[in-house]
Design a protein around this ligand. Structure first.
Ligand SMILES: *Cc1c(COP(=O)(O)O)cnc(C)c1O
Length: 412
């Protein structure tokens, strides 16, 4: 096989229909950012959008809630996200964190499917998803049990006692992607509800929640949606459940008429019932600008570029770094992988730190995984090429052996 040259990779950028989208972001010079799957880059419009809300607050004070419809933002931004995940307006609302959203929907799911006592999930799911299920189980006096199995065994584990199948679509550590449509159908055939965590898929590929008949879903705002550090999350409830689903985490913002100040809880008629407290307006402004980076974008093109970037990265790593003991942990088939490529190496943490010192930002996931994410709106093919050149250099020179690269920071 002929080796891939930088000139060939530049030609890929010249042909890239999404190349212009990079201008929608403000990226620091001299940095190759391969971590947009963990914290999306800064959209060019975000500073002005947040500044405008701050000004509105200063001038209009409490009047801003009505004058600028701040109170309606969780729904408005939710409607925008709906297009990205294959949902209808009115099925998605923005609030709280992914963890809290999971709690809300898991609690509602076991309530909807009473009489069944199992939350089925995958042993290698993101820890918070499992912690939330464990906490809920404890709260319910262990009347509900979390059962985890290996990814390949999920279908077979869908017994008659499963209330809800809770899975993350794209695995955070390997990029392995589940068959959302097939597993949702299998859950339904077993009488279970299907709850999907879209944290590593929304914004990186087209999703079709309604076509796949998904019941419930959650996802974060700060990864591929570019909403900023700690951006609020969103949750989805299929329209067919909205009339009967009951929030356990009931709060006044989810009340049918919050400003009647009635003592008795009465859920809002639609998706708004999953609001709990006052919306974080500054964060919503930033998330809105983040979601806007997808305006007029065809997510099929996003997925095509994501696969192209990932394949290029794999081939270049094979070509340049084959001798250095990196072990691919992502699925070999890019079609079954999200927008990241991951390798295991015993010195993974130090290697990632040495790369960051060279301006190539990926991240590390314990125990030994180097993770490289590709946000198709702003990652170029040449970024992938240059990142692999830096990786080869770090590996060949053992630059990662320096003690300063072995000091573990709190966030990895
Ligand atoms: C990033 C991520 C989360 C994060 O949850 P927060 O509550 O926003 O901290 C949860 N689940 C998955 C699968 C994730 O990838």
């Amino acid at each position: 096989m002929r080796s891939i040259t930088r000139a060939a990779v530049e030609a890929m950028d010249a042909r890239d229909p999404l190349a212009g989208c990079r201008d929608r972001f403000t990226l620091p010079p001299g940095v190759i950012y391969l971590d947009g799957n963990s914290l999306g880059a800064l959209p060019a419009r975000t500073p002005e959008r947040v500044a405008r809300v701050v000004e509105d607050w200063g001038r209009d004070l409490i009047g801003g809630w009505n004058r600028h419809d701040w109170i309606g933002w969780p729904r408005r931004v939710g409607d925008r996200i709906a297009r990205l995940v294959g949902a209808q307006p009115g099925e998605v609302i923005v609030a709280d964190s992914t963890s809290v959203s999971l709690f809300k929907l898991l609690a509602a799911a076991v309530d909807l499917n009473r009489g069944r006592r199992v939350i089925l999930s995958e042993a290698d799911n993101f820890p918070t998803d499992l912690h939330v299920a464990q906490g809920l189980s404890r709260l319910l006096g262990n009347a509900i049990e979390l059962r985890t199995v290996e990814a390949a065994a999920v279908s077979a584990a869908l017994g008659g006692d499963v209330a809800v199948l809770m899975l993350t679509h794209v695995n955070y550590r390997t990029g392995a992607m589940h068959d959302m449509r097939g597993l949702t159908a299998a859950a339904h055939a077993a009488g279970a509800l299907a709850l999907w965590d879209l944290s590593h898929s929304a914004g990186a590929m087209p999703l079709a929640l309604n076509e796949a008949r998904v019941d419930l879903a959650v996802g974060g705002g700060y990864k591929f949606l570019n909403g900023g550090p700690g951006a609020p999350a969103y949750l989805f409830v299929a329209e067919r459940w909205l009339a009967q689903i009951q929030p356990a985490l009931a709060g006044w913002m989810g009340h049918a008429r919050p400003f009647d100040f009635g003592a008795a809880y009465e859920p809002a008629p639609g998706i708004e019932r999953f609001l709990v407290g006052t919306p974080p307006v500054l964060s919503l402004a930033a998330l809105d600008a983040g979601v806007e980076t997808f305006d007029q974008i065809d997510l099929r093109q996003v997925r095509a570029k994501s696969i192209a970037l990932g394949e290029l990265f794999r081939r270049l790593v094979e070509q340049e770094c084959g001798a250095f003991g990196l072990h691919l942990v992502s699925p070999p088939d890019p079609e079954r992988c999200g927008s990241q490529v991951c390798y295991a190496h015993a010195d993974g943490y130090a290697i990632v730190q040495a790369l960051i010192a060279r301006g190539v930002i990926g991240d590390f996931r314990a125990p030994d995984v180097l993770r490289f994410g590709f946000a198709p709106l702003y990652t170029r093919h040449v970024d992938v090429f240059d990142a692999v050149v830096a990786l080869r250099e770090v590996l060949a020179t053992r630059a990662y052996d320096h003690p300063r690269f072995r000091v573990r920071a709190q966030v990895t």
